[in-house]
Write a protein of this length. Structure first.
Length: 305
């Protein structure tokens, strides 16, 4: 993503689940920030012109090379002229596919990510279409020694990131106390339906309207992926990776960092609930995950040495 350009109004972007993207890249021995593909609510077929190692993480998609199923979180080997097929499944709406060497695209504002709203970066600033050719970076020298499917992989919870029932852990937002006690209780107790109008900018939710104690205009302030705003109709919006940099809606809560992968998997018409945790607990969960990832890196390095 473009984390250093928010002051200029540029969204962070990048993979909506940056952790799944990092894991997939590590599995094919790419740098963690290497460009990869994000699949959303649909299928994909890629023809490879040369042999490559691949890995993917995300929702319950079905991936195949010919008749061989490729599970999430397991490195696999694609030979020249073979095709890799993806089909969307019943749970989760996104997956991330890493290819050894990474996708070779020019840097725009320090990133290869596509900004779909602004129309720049990535492949011609747009979503991919049938027939688009993608160049890859140099493949590791040991690629020819790879088996079709590795016997090892990432932990299941990292590889399969869609969870039901969907529960997002949150901390209180700046305007938490401006909502009525009843609204705060409803926010944490009721289930909200994900609107089909959701996109990479935010997951729009529908449920009982959340009322404030008094209406007042707010100055626009910084927002980030995970911020939960409440629109004028009382319905919450969970901001995602392509969200704006500032907003004027009241902020009732923030989804904690380790639960952003779950937010990225919310499907239209799915129900989602919120559960409050402390900021200290959120920090602990984040540090535990990063420590686990560091041990995973060490394990991969030892396997490849």
């Amino acid at each position: 993503g473009r984390a250093r350009w928010r002051s200029a109004g540029v969204s962070v972007g990048g993979a909506l689940d940056s952790f799944a993207a990092r894991v997939a890249n590590l599995l094919v021995r790419n740098p963690e920030e290497s460009a990869l593909l994000e699949l959303t609510l649909g299928g994909l077929r890629i023809r490879f012109e040369e042999e490559r190692r691949i890995a993917w993480c995300g929702g319950e998609f079905t991936a195949r090379i010919g008749a061989t199923k490729i599970p999430a979180g397991r490195p696999a080997f694609v030979r020249a002229k073979e095709e890799l097929d993806f089909e969307a499944g019943p749970r989760g709406c996104r997956a991330w596919l890493a290819i050894a060497g990474g996708i070779d695209l020019p840097y725009v504002l320090g990133s290869r990510a596509t900004d779909l709203r602004a129309g720049f970066g990535g492949w011609e600033g747009r979503a991919l279409r049938d027939g688009d050719p993608l160049s890859l970076g140099p493949s590791p020298a040991d690629a020819n020694d790879s088996p079709r499917l590795a016997s090892w992989g990432a932990p299941t919870a990292w590889a399969r990131t869609a969870a039901r029932p969907a529960v997002l852990q949150v901390v209180q937002g700046a305007e938490w106390n401006e909502f009525t006690p009843e609204a705060r209780t409803m926010f944490l107790k009721q289930a909200f339906a994900v609107s089909p109008r959701s996109d990479r900018m935010g997951a729009r939710l529908a449920g009982a309207a959340l009322q404030r104690t008094h209406e007042r205009e707010l100055l626009s302030e910084a927002v980030t992926p995970g911020t939960v705003q409440v629109a004028n109709d009382g319905q919450p919006i969970v901001l995602l990776g392509d969200c704006q940099t500032i907003g004027g809606y009241p902020k009732i809560a923030h989804v904690i960092s380790v639960d952003l992968p779950r937010a990225a998997q919310l499907q239209p018409n799915e129900n989602v609930r919120f559960r409050e945790v402390s900021l200290a607990n959120a920090s602990t969960l984040f540090l535990e995950r990063e420590n686990d990832l560091q041990r995973f890196r060490v394990g991969l390095a030892l396997r490849g040495s």
